[in-house]
Design a protein around this ligand. Structure first.
Ligand SMILES: Cc1cc2nc3c(=O)[nH]c(=O)nc-3n(C[C@H](O)[C@H](O)[C@H](O)COP(=O)(O)OP(=O)(O)OC[C@H]3O[C@@H](n4cnc5c(N)ncnc54)[C@H](O)[C@@H]3O)c2cc1C
Length: 387
């Protein structure tokens, strides 16, 4: 270990990796710090890809993560392997990087449905993905989206905004798995009013054509469209960790300090799976930021400034923003309604015994901080008064 502190290497140059290096410096780490990233121009901030980049090119150059003034070594080469015993990371260009502490922030990649050799499947994860989809939408007369989760509904909303007739196909109603039935119903109505056709099917769909030109539904019906986009979830980027004990089907398992089972290695963001009571892989932006802060403190042997979780979540469907804090999904109608949910201007609250409320701003401008305060106020008011 160097005099100035441990040699820290962070793999993955997107929100989790960039936040980790920023937090390490902010917490006083003055030792050597290397950030390794596989995307040629750096990983973009991804939420705007589906909310703005599909509409036009004006945001393309504004998505990078600020790294100026951090005195880091930036290595834009993929990591290909790891020797935990020797504390060495292998790179695609043949180099090996020694580390005292390693933070894995390699995120996730889209789950694909194309068969072997089938060409032309469209997904949305990177800036080139978004630019390619945008170019296809320039001339498309129809679109199909597989998956009506957060990403699928944002892509469908972009199609509708651009005047491209679009059908979303899924086994479940839009956003039901993430948000629950009540909010799904509300947002499905908004989506349909904006011209998005929603198709709930009873089984798996398959891509047809080479290049892909449509979908085969479980009942054998084939739908065709100019653009077919797969938004069917993601898988953690752990292939390069094969042969280590770190990689599992749900990502890299970590404890509440984001430590893996291997000494000297932490994991954060979409690649990480928390083994704590509210456990699991939560592939959302705010969660990546929270984990990065916790891991940076842990690497330096400092107490964490907060939990490795953040339940703030936002999306946008058919022009209406949805911001939520608190446990999701929520079932049944809200306990408290301010405003009018049907017109997309409401603040909705679900109360939970002994815990924070779920507070959802549906089309209402409100900061994450105010939503958090409302959610926590619910937790306080549900604590029984002392006898
Ligand atoms: C289009 C889109 C819209 C989204 N919208 C929202 C939203 O509205 N709200 C929300 O909460 N979340 C949203 N998300 C999810 C959010 O963007 C992710 O949770 C977040 O990007 C996770 O950050 P990460 O740094 O962990 O992983 P990633 O963003 O996946 O970044 C990982 C980086 O690691 C790199 N990498 C992978 N393997 C290697 C390797 N072997 N060597 C070196 N580098 C490697 C990758 O190239 C990538 O740059 C959205 C995601 C997408 C794709």
């Amino acid at each position: 270990m160097s005099q100035a502190g441990p040699r820290v290497v962070v793999v993955g140059e997107s929100v989790a990796g960039a936040t980790t290096v920023r937090r390490l410096r902010a917490l006083g780490h003055t030792g050597p710090l290397t950030l390794v990233g596989a995307e040629p121009g750096g990983g973009p901030n991804r939420p705007p890809l589906s909310k703005h980049v599909l509409d036009g090119a004006q945001h393309d150059d504004t998505l990078g993560h600020a790294l100026d003034g951090l005195d880091i070594e930036l290595v834009r080469v993929a990591a290909t392997g790891l020797d935990p015993a020797a504390r060495t990371l292998c790179l695609a260009d043949g180099r090996a990087l020694a580390y005292d502490a390693l933070v894995l922030a390699t995120g996730a990649e889209p789950r694909r449905l194309a068969g072997p050799g089938q060409r032309g499947e469209l997904v949305l994860r990177t800036l080139p993905d978004a630019q390619a989809l945008r170019a296809r939408l320039d001339t498309a007369r129809s679109a199909l989206v597989v998956g009506s989760g957060v990403l699928g509904m944002e892509v469908a909303s972009a199609c509708a905004r651009r005047g491209v007739p679009v059908t979303v196909v899924d086994r479940q109603p839009p956003l039901e798995r993430v948000l629950g039935g009540y909010l799904s119903g509300l947002l499905t109505a908004r989506a349909e009013a904006a011209g998005i056709e929603v198709l709930v099917v009873d089984g798996d769909v398959a891509l047809v054509g080479d290049p892909v030109s449509g979908l085969r539904l479980p009942d054998g019906t084939v739908l065709s469209a100019d653009v077919v986009v797969t938004c069917a979830g993601d898988t953690p980027c752990t292939n390069w960790l094969a042969g280590t004990e770190l990689a599992g089907p749900h990502g890299v398992h970590v404890d509440e300090q984001c430590r893996t089972a291997v000494p000297g290695i932490w994991a954060v963001g979409d690649v990480a799976c928390l083994d704590t009571p509210c456990s699991g892989r939560t592939p959302f932006w705010s969660q990546a930021v929270a984990m990065a802060g916790v891991a940076a403190a842990s690497v330096l042997g400092l107490p964490p400034s907060g939990p490795p979780t953040d339940d703030y979540f936002w999306t946008s469907v058919a022009g209406t923003s949805v911001k939520a804090v608190g446990p999701l999904p929520v079932h049944g109608p809200p306990d408290d309604v301010e405003g009018d949910p049907d017109t997309g201007n409401a603040l909705l609250t679900w109360r939970h015994d002994g815990g924070p409320d779920t507070v959802v701003a549906h089309g209402r401008p409100i900061t994450a901080g105010r939503l958090r305060a409302r959610s926590r106020a619910g937790a306080r008011s549900s604590v029984p008064a002392p006898a």
